[in-house]
Design a protein around this ligand. Structure first.
Ligand SMILES: Nc1ncnc2c1ncn2[C@@H]1O[C@H](COP(=O)(O)OP(=O)(O)O)[C@@H](O)[C@H]1O
Ligand SMILES: CC(=O)OP(=O)(O)O
Ligand SMILES: [Mg+2]
Length: 401
């Protein structure tokens, strides 16, 4: 069965086309700068030349149309007819308390996703646009939604509630939801498989460190606590997001700098984190290079970033009364040798001992990077959110098509 996976962002749309027979990728690509003056389309058909185009793409509907055109293109295409795609799976960031697992799209499901716009104004509207665009361009193909929040719905009240008046939870559902759940779910299962141990027997901390970054304590195979909260702003320091801070900074800064709510929101989400401290970039590669050339602000940004990550790992080891496995994943976690070394070198009290050679290896495979003596097994597990979305989609539609 052929399944299309779509990850719609506010100004981008990433796609991956799978043949579920063997779980092979037939094509993947992305549309960037949707709604801006010149959008970029990158299409990578497996085994063929990559295509890169500049087009005017004003909305997600047009983006989906362009993707379909490319998938069926006489030269760059991989399909004879669009009907070969039997189902489409979408990443939806916020599923609130309603969606505890992936589900087939119905009118009711769309309505519920719309109700959550308030809680994820940057993420949920484009996801719904993606669903509508598929309906408009691909007839009545089955669609499935997979939520970033679903994996974290196992958290108990003592970890998901904030110590503020309960009425705010009852009225507005203000609580910790957590994100990157599809990734934390995927890497924890993969890690247990590689170690050949039942996931339920392991106390695991997984660190998804990409543009957005979050840490999750996984106990008995379930999310027990996670660093992102009501929105993806809380927790670790990120590329452009502050992560944890004293909430009093918000009214204080609004008052002193005469900022509006929107401005302070934008400051914390888009102008903070590594970008704010380094003054150079939100991109870990550029920070690391500048640091190695002696840039003091880049070094400070890196030190703050790794310090905060170390604190979370320690906190989650305490929260679970132990830690057996530490997993690094996503862009930074999978690729930054120096970040992993810096974090682990400060966690020797937990019995963590890195094997420098294994840590330095360049590989796309899930692997152990700690020494044989290390009390905690440290691993790098490349994430694959799209594959999990494709698998959930396949499981839900297989009986129906
Ligand atoms: N070789 C590398 N060394 C250090 N950081 C890297 C490397 N490759 C990618 N990254 C970092 O990964 C981050 C992007 O992560 P990714 O998981 O792709 O993000 P997202 O999916 O959220 O856009 C960037 O900060 C980038 O600098
Ligand atoms: C939820 C979230 O932060 O996602 P991303 O890392 O894709 O920004
Ligand atoms: Mg990501």
């Amino acid at each position: 069965m052929i399944i299309l996976v779509i990850n719609a962002g506010s100004s981008s749309l990433k796609y991956q086309l799978y043949n579920m027979n063997g779980e092979s990728v037939i094509a993947n690509g992305r549309v960037e700068r949707i709604g801006m003056d010149s959008s970029i389309v990158i299409h990578e058909p497996t085994g063929k030349q990559e295509v890169s185009l500049v087009r005017e793409i004003l909305d997600h509907n047009t983006a989906v149309k362009r993707v379909i055109d490319l998938l069926m293109h006489p030269e760059h295409g991989v399909l004879g007819s669009i009907d070969e795609i039997k189902a489409v799976g979408h990443r939806v960031v916020h599923g609130g308390e309603i969606f505890k697992q992936s589900t087939i799209v119905t009118d009711e499901v769309k309505l519920e996703i719309r109700k959550l716009f308030d809680l994820a104004p940057l993420h949920n509207p484009p996801a719904l646009m993606g669903i509508a665009a598929v309906e408009a361009n691909m007839g009545d193909v089955k669609q499935v939604v997979v939520f970033d929040t679903a994996f974290h719905q196992s958290m108990p009240q003592e970890t998901f509630l904030y110590p503020i008046p309960m009425v705010l939870y009852r009225r507005h559902k203000i609580r910790r939801y957590g994100f990157h759940g599809t990734s934390h779910n995927y890497v924890s299962r993969k890690a247990a498989k590689v170690l050949n141990k039942p996931l339920e027997s392991l106390k695991m901390v997984s660190c998804h460190i990409g543009n957005g970054a979050s840490c999750t304590a996984i106990l008995n195979g379930k999310s027990y606590d996670t660093s992102m909260g009501l929105t993806p702003l809380e927790g670790l320091m990120m590329g452009t997001r502050s992560g944890d801070l004293d909430p009093a900074i918000v009214p204080f800064t609004m008052n002193k700098e005469e900022l509006t709510l929107n401005e302070v929101n934008s400051m914390l989400n888009k102008h903070s984190g590594m970008l704010a401290i380094s003054g150079i970039s939100s991109d870990m590669r550029e920070i690391t290079e500048a640091m190695q050339e002696g840039d003091k602000q880049a070094k400070l940004a890196f030190d703050m970033y790794t310090y905060r990550l170390r604190k979370y790992i320690g906190a989650y080891a305490a929260a679970m009364n132990g830690i057996d496995v530490l997993v690094f994943t996503a862009g930074v976690g999978e690729n930054s040798v120096v970040l992993r070394k810096t974090v682990c070198d400060g966690l020797t009290f937990l019995g963590i001992e890195l094997d420098e050679e294994r840590n330095g290896e360049r590989s796309k495979e899930a692997r152990v990077i700690s020494s044989a003596e290390s009390r905690v097994t440290v691993m790098v597990v490349p994430t694959n959110e799209e594959l999990l979305i494709a698998r959930d989609t396949y499981t839900l539609v297989r009986e129906q098509v």
